[in-house]
Every structure is written in C-alpha cells, then in structure tokens.
Write a protein that binds this ligand. Structure first.
Ligand code: FAD
Length: 321
C-alpha cells in the first residue's frame, strides 16, 4: 500500500551527504508508489532542494531557522516534529550517521513511532517494508518490520544504492520557517580540525592502518595509496591509542562503522572490536606479517609480509594502471 514517506536530507559544510540520496532510494521502496518527500533543515538550504529531486524525491520541504545552522537535538527535533504535524507521513527515514543516530530515537519517542536503526537493506513483503540490520557486530542479520503506527528507520551509509541522478527531474519545493523555542543547547562556535579529504563513513575505498604502522610517519604510505585510489585513511584503536593518528579515524565498535567497497587492513591484527566496524566491507584486503593474524579470517585477499615493503610496491603497481 502506497505510503507517504519523508526522508531527512543531511547537510554538511553546505553540501548534501551522499547518504541522503541512498535514503531516498530506500524511501522509494518504503513508499511503495506513494510520495517521497525530502526534508532539508538549516539556516538556508533552498539551494540543495533540487538535488534531492534529481535523486528521486517527489517534492522537498525546506525548514529554515538560524538555530538550525548547526545540529542540536533540541532544535532539529522541534523542526522535524513541525513537519510531521504538517505532512502526517506514514514513515520517516534518516541516514545512520551521528545526526541520524541521535535524532531518530528522539523523534520516535516524541511521535510514538516504531524505530528500526542501522538498516542495510529494505524490501517489501506482503506490501509492508521489511528492514535488514546487522546484529552481534555484523555476525548475523535480523529482519524487522514495524507492525503499526508511524515507521522510522535509519539507513547505514554505503549499503543501499542511490538512484541515478536525473537532471531533468522536477518537483515542488516549499518552505517553512521553523518555530523553535526553549532551547537547552545552542552552538556558539564550531571549531573544525584541518579539512580532511574523503569522508570516512561514506568512502568507497578505505586504507586503514594499525599499530603495525608504528608511527605517524608510517601512515604516509597509506595516505599515498588512499589518495591514489580516491579513498580515505582509517585506523584501528591500537593506532589511535599509540597517537599515530587522530581518534576521528578510528573504525570499530567504539569508532566508526564503515561498509566500503574495498577495505585495506594494514598492520591490523583483527581484534573483534575492530571487526565490528568493518567486517561487512564488500572486499577486504589484509596486509600483515603474522600469517596467524585473525584479520585473515575475514579477508578476501591476504598478503603476508612487511607492510613497509608491500604498501609502496602496491601503490607503484596501481599507479601503472
Ligand atoms: P595490534 O593488535 O597490536 O596488531 C598490530 C598488527 O600489526 C599485528 O597483527 C602485527 O602482526 C602487525 N604488524 C606489525 N608490524 C608489521 C609490519 N611491519 N608489517 C605488517 N604487519 C605488521 N579496536 C579498534 O580497532 N576499534 C574499536 O572501535 C575498538 N573498540 C574497543 C572497545 C573496547 C571496549 C575494547 C576493550 C577494545 C577496543 N578496541 C578497538 C581495541 C582492540 O581490542 C584492539 O586492541 C585493537 O584493535 C588492536 O589494534 P591493532 O590491530 O592496530 O594492534
């Protein structure tokens, strides 16, 4: 049965994150022929509405307010609840990002909706959307459906293919000014770290280093390989704890969960907590000098040897292609 489905587009540094388009594709399945409405929140986001339509949204509602410039749970929750009141959707989808993970449970509680978090697939079964989500750190999958009431779900980046962009697609864009009051938190100032290339959680290729990399300098060949492939550099907690790199790069149970097309695990032993963040990568290549390292159990391709010899060789070889 056709369902009116809202997706919340996510904006970072004035640009839409790719997961927004993947969420539209999931929204199309959930809507089952019904309307997919893109929602954009911010201080001024109207310039991005067209992109949501080109990626499959039927129309877009922009919600503007100075307090929506940077994300706070309080302000975003108030703004989205206003759109829910206005549109009365049957379902709402968000990216399973830092924002989505924070906002979705609040909305579910306030709107008395059922929530499926971290979905990696969605399909219709007897006309109802059924979501697949990993459990036990990716060792198993469960399938979930919301039996009644409004449906909320967060979609893990890099798992559901976005629709092909169609520049000729058109749709209505309407705008509302949010009414926001009694904020408990406001953002005074955002201090950014130096701009860092490809976003780790959306990267198609990740070159991750572990304690085996031995120093901050040891990460340079990994960065070179990542740059060559248009990928991002990630790390194990071992490498972060040893101060070889920033914690923002940490992948795993207490770091980022990633699902790239290609994951290089270099000088990483493959502890269960690391696997929790990357074992669902489509292709895993492990480089480790210890043939018994557990990372080889999840790797599709393994190279036993010294990473300081192999990584430059690999980079050189790939440069020839
Ligand atoms: P190590 O285990 O020390 O492995 C280094 C590897 O490098 C070894 O396999 C070695 O053979 C190889 N090596 C060394 N020199 C070379 C060389 N020259 N060439 C090739 N290979 C070489 N870890 C995470 O990664 N992410 C998490 O989110 C996370 N969360 C945690 C949460 C909790 C509650 C706990 C208790 C732990 C968590 N950990 C996490 C830590 C985890 O248990 C491991 O300690 C950590 O993943 C180990 O990092 P590593 O593989 O880089 O280091």
């Amino acid at each position: 049965m056709a369902k009116k489905t809202m997706i919340i587009g996510e904006v970072r540094d004035g640009e839409l994150r790719h997961v927004s388009f993947e969420t539209i594709a999931a929204g199309k399945v959930v809507a089952d022929g019904g309307e997919v409405i893109g929602v954009l929140l911010g201080e001024d986001v109207s310039g991005l509405a067209e992109q949501l339509i080109q990626y499959g949204a039927d129309r877009v509602v922009t919600v503007t307010h100075p307090d929506l410039k940077s994300y706070t749970t309080d302000a975003y929750q108030q703004a989205v609840l206003q759109v829910i009141d206005l549109e009365q959707p049957d379902g709402i989808l968000l990216g399973h990002t830092a924002i989505g993970k924070d906002l979705a449970p609040r909305l579910a509680m306030k709107a008395q909706a059922g929530l499926v978090s971290d979905a990696v697939a969605v399909e219709l079964e007897d006309g109802e959307p059924v979501f697949t989500r990993p459990i036990y750190s990716g060792k198993a999958f469960e399938r979930k459906r919301i039996k009644e009431g409004m449906l909320l779900a967060t979609i893990r980046p890099n798992n559901i293919a976005a629709m092909e962009k169609d520049p000729a697609r058109t749709g209505d864009v309407s705008s509302i000014t949010a009414e926001i009051s009694d904020l408990r938190t406001t953002i005074q100032n955002v201090v950014r770290k130096a701009a860092g290339g490809v976003d780790l959680s959306e990267a198609k290729i990740i070159v991750a280093g572990g304690r085996g990399v031995k120093s901050a300098d040891g990460f340079k060949p990994l960065q070179e390989l990542a740059d060559l492939l248009g990928g991002a550099v990630g790390a194990s907690r071992g490498a972060c704890d040893a101060d070889y790199c920033d914690y923002a790069l940490q992948i795993g149970q207490t770091g980022k969960v990633v699902t790239p097309d290609l994951y290089f695990a270099i000088g990483i032993s493959g502890a269960i907590q690391h696997l929790a963040g990357m074992s669902n990568s489509k292709v895993i290549v492990a480089i480790n000098k210890d043939p018994e390292a557990p990372i080889f159990e999840v790797a599709d391709y393994g190279i036993v040897g010294d990473l300081f010899e192999i990584v430059p060789l690999l980079t050189e070889e790939l440069r020839q292609i």
